[in-house]
Design a protein around this ligand. Sequence first.
Ligand code: CA
Length: 232
Amino acid sequence: MSTSAIHVLIVEDEPPIRKLLRVGLATQDYAVSEAMNAKLAQEMVKADRPDLIILDLGLPDLPGHTLLERWRAEGLDVPIVILSSRTDEAGIVRALELGADDYVTKPFGMNELLARLRVALRHRLQAQGTRPLFQTGDLSVDLVKRIVKVEGREVKLSPKEYEILQILVQHAGKVLTHRYILEHVWNELSDVQYLRVYVRQLRQKIEKSPDQPRYILTETGVGYRLAEDVAA
Ligand code: CA
């Protein structure tokens, strides 16, 4: 194991999934260690401080949520990407609210997982640093001047629309839960329906096909994600 490699801890009880992850991560030069249950995972986190954790929510000895909550309460601030079943939207939302950085649902594609890991790692490195000018595809957002352009033409947004876009841009590539966006834009818990209305308006202003959005992606039952690296 090279000392400079990024160390990923896989917490997953199913051997075939651990193997898939081990092989996939090794191709990207990650150093990998594995825990098949929560007890081992806690020991390994204490013993060798991984840089990133992939956490299955369904573990035999302890719910993944409990583990996640404990780690965040203890101040562990490494990125944690959870593995979940496709149908467990409530479980995904809860994990994100407990401090998970992102999720993939089983069965997952290795490229998708690797992309999520890169985004999670980059976000930790950037910490609170914000890129003043964000660009993806035909969309550009100047966070200093608060100017939004599509294909070089300025788009007028209402203050709330801009705030929603801004928070998505500040976390580009990362899923944000409905509650997270509502709390940050409205400073209180409002109805998810409000958010849907504003996102629809926002899409009509910045998306070519608002019904097939390229920029503001819907994560069904969970929240929204701003796509990075959209081809122009
Ligand atoms: Ca499992």
